[in-house]
Design a protein around this ligand. Structure first.
Ligand code: KIV
Ligand code: ZN
Length: 560
């Protein structure tokens, strides 16, 4: 990477020639002080723009497939978290993605909504179509610039790539005044070509230059050198951005090195999800900047850090990607102390072994205690406190589930509540089958059997099946009752909280006729949680097939 850059250029100490916030991002000049929200040392002067790409790059991770309602739920939480940009999707990639970007652009308030686009002019136009109703919109145009990508993937010469980028950025600037350009695989691109194509993008009107380390090839000091070099050599009024993948486990380090070298936008994903080994993790980057202000003097973000843990749990639950126990900042062990010496230290003063106060990332105080004596009022008040506004049938059903759970579990935490309400909201999106009862039997001597009763808009259906274990039997019985023939593409069980009576959180992915859906279920009984997850996925499948039929009919109506 970038070995042809002048190694004498000073890294990471110079000030950005121009730090120009994107539209809607308040401009801060030296001497500004922080207004309270976000991560700041109180003497903040430069905002670090948080560009969240969980719904675009994150969603490209193998096995993740979010439906429009799930994307909307995450987008709303990202807005609560205080991200500056939400990259909501890649509108030209599918009708579903177009619809999701459009829905988010129409309803999510706060962040700027961004759509990704290839360089074909028609793609740029389509991207804008999805975004046109947003309060504030950005078009993000990308094309590959490394020899590997140009030759083997695009089969284009550098001149053709340059011309495409030129035309696409110019076109995007006709639609919006906030345009980002990314030379894909920048860290394996010839530096001269990189400077040339970036300078032209700025000349056409791009306001953000993103430097993707697409294959996670960067090493922090080398990546920082590249960022400094671009800032020095590319004239104009733009923000420089990082987009680091984690193939060598360096995504967060490279991102921070980029910030130290003057990048003022970071592209990140919640829980670090994304293609292959993932992207830089939002929570790690934000907390590193907040905790190590000595290394990032005056740099601050607008993130409401106390929403980090909840955002992480939501993304984990909806994507089906568990958060590793020892994950920095939001892992369940991030604030757990096992060794006696550590426990002693933390009991005397938590700062002995903790550099972050758990409350600042939303982990302390999350153990609100609701139990079987709590009424509807306390239940609703707890939800409201968590920013969850459930109404009508969803609220009724969630309350019934809560009471049922309270009979089986002594203490119900905020995380438990979030899990059952999220499941009910997910179910509420689809008018589908409801699990009325489930009976299972089996063991080491006996074949597993399950009997289910489901209801759908007033009518009841029962089925019985045998299976290879009780979970398999329960899922087969649901398949029979709903006449669903689908292949199991993923199965993940995790516990929502610790303890023997913890809620089991199951995410199941199904594929049928090329449609991939996921469903989740929670219960103290893992067989019941699996049955609920399977049924939620079946309901989504039915709805997705109905949607496909409706759009085919619509296409037929308007055809030539
Ligand atoms: O990794 C990458 O290069 C990307 C671009 C589209 C920015 O995701
Ligand atoms: Zn990427």
């Amino acid at each position: 990477m970038s070995s042809d850059i002048d190694s004498t250029s000073e890294q990471g100490r110079e000030q950005a020639p121009t730090v120009r916030p994107g539209p809607g991002v308040p401009s801060h000049t030296a001497g500004d002080t922080d207004t309270g929200a976000g991560t700041s040392n109180g003497n903040a002067t430069e905002k670090l723009v948080i560009f969240d790409t969980t719904l675009r790059d994150g969603e490209q991770a193998p096995g993740i497939s979010l439906d429009p309602a799930e994307k909307m739920e995450i987008a709303e939480q990202l807005a609560r978290l205080g991200v500056d940009y939400i990259e909501a999707g890649f509108p030209v990639s599918s009708q579903g993605d177009f619809d999701s970007v459009q829905a988010i652009a129409r309803s999510v308030q706060g962040p700027v909504i961004c759509g990704l686009s290839r360089t074909h002019v028609s793609d740029v136009d389509r991207c804008f179509d999805a975004l046109r109703d947003a309060g504030r919109a950005r078009i993000h145009v990308f094309i590959s610039t490394s020899p590997e990508h140009m030759e083997y993937m695009l089969k284009m010469t550098p001149k053709q790539v340059f011309d495409e980028a030129h035309a696409a950025v110019a076109r995007a600037c006709e639609h919006v005044d906030d345009v980002e350009f990314s030379p894909q695989d920048a860290t394996r691109t010839s530096v001269d070509f990189l400077l040339e194509i970036l300078a032209d993008a700025v000349a056409q009107g791009a306001t953000t230059l993103n430097i993707p380390d697409t294959v996670g090839y960067g090493i922090p000091w080398d990546f920082a050198k590249l960022i400094s070099h671009i800032r020095k050599e590319v004239p104009g009024d733009y923000i420089i951005s990082t987009h680091c993948h984690n193939d060598l486990g360096l995504a967060t380090s490279n991102t921070l090195a980029g910030v130290q070298a003057g990048a003022r936008q970071v592209e990140v994903c919640v829980n670090g999800i994304g293609e292959r080994a993932g992207n830089a993790s939002l929570e790690e980057v934000v907390m590193a900047v907040a905790i190590r202000q000595d290394q990032f003097p005056g740099v601050y973000t607008g993130i409401h850090t106390e929403e980090l843990a909840r955002t992480s749990r939501l993304v984990s639950r909806l994507t089906g990607y568990p958060v590793q126990y020892n994950k920095a900042v939001v892992g369940r062990n991030a604030f757990a102390h096992e060794a006696g010496i550590h426990q002693h230290g933390v009991l005397s003063d938590r700062r002995t072994y903790e550099i972050i106060d758990a409350a600042t990332v939303g982990l302390q105080g999350s153990q609100i205690v609701l139990g079987k004596h709590s009424g509807r009022h306390a239940f609703t008040a707890s939800l409201e406190k968590m920013g969850i506004h459930a109404h009508g049938d969803v609220l009724d059903q969630a309350f019934r589930r809560f009471k049922d759970l309270a009979d089986r579990k002594v203490e119900i935490t905020e995380a438990d509540l979030e899990a059952i309400v999220a499941e009910e909201i997910g179910m509420g999106v689809v008018e589908g089958y409801v699990l009325e009862s489930l009976e299972v039997s089996g063991g080491t001597e006996e074949a597993a059997r399950a009997k289910v009763a489901l209801s759908r808009v007033g009518s009841r259906v029962n089925a019985t099946a045998e299976g290879n274990g009780m979970i398999d039997a329960a899922c087969k019985a649901i398949g029979l009752a709903t006449s669903t023939d689908a292949e199991l593409a993923g199965f993940n069980v995790s516990s929502v909280t610790g303890g023997i009576d913890a809620l089991g959180d199951v995410v199941i992915q199904l594929i049928s006729d090329g449609i991939k859906v996921s469903g989740k279920g929670v219960s103290t009984d893992v067989v019941e949680a699996s049955a609920r997850a399977y049924l939620a996925a079946v309901n989504r499948l039915i709805r997705a097939k109905e949607r496909n039929r409706e759009s085919l009919t619509r296409a037929g109506d308007t055809g030539p």
